[in-house]
Design a protein around this ligand. Sequence first.
Ligand code: SAM
Length: 152
Amino acid sequence: MKHGLRIALYQPDIAGNTGTILRFAACMGLGVDIIEPAGFDLSDRNLRRAGMDYLEMAALTRHVDWASFENWRGSEVRRLVLLSTKAAVPYTDFVFDRNDVLLFGRESAGVPETVHDAVDARLLIPMQAGARSLNVALSVAMVAGEALRQLG
Ligand SMILES: C[S@@+](CC[C@H](N)C(=O)[O-])C[C@H]1O[C@@H](n2cnc3c(N)ncnc32)[C@H](O)[C@@H]1O
């Protein structure tokens, strides 16, 4: 079953993570938005290895930059929900909508302040004290899993 729920990756820089996320999204029927520039191209060996033949099934949209992603989102009227280690609201306390776009930051640097300030909601995956962050693909699986559980 296809969902309106989407996963957006802000300037991803590790090809294997994006391949893993594209495979997950294809299996769950979720669309993926990549906000460029990415640190690799779609022919990258590690992306192909992690995504396997699921890459052909993936509903991927590439946006040349943040501004064009925001133009597209404005035309679709969807909330943008950022996952950030700096957020305060646990993702399990949030009520997801079937048209939400779940935004995940770059592996090396998260998202810039301008993006942090532009979103509709910011959510945290609570971790043990002293832990810095989760792998982005695992974050996607946890949060999209909760959103799908809520949306049925
Ligand atoms: C490896 S983390 C980025 C770490 C980066 N140094 C930073 O300070 O944001 C990649 C992305 O995974 C998501 N993420 C990882 N752990 C998270 C957590 N505990 N809560 C919310 N999002 C998380 C965020 O979207 C983050 O931008």
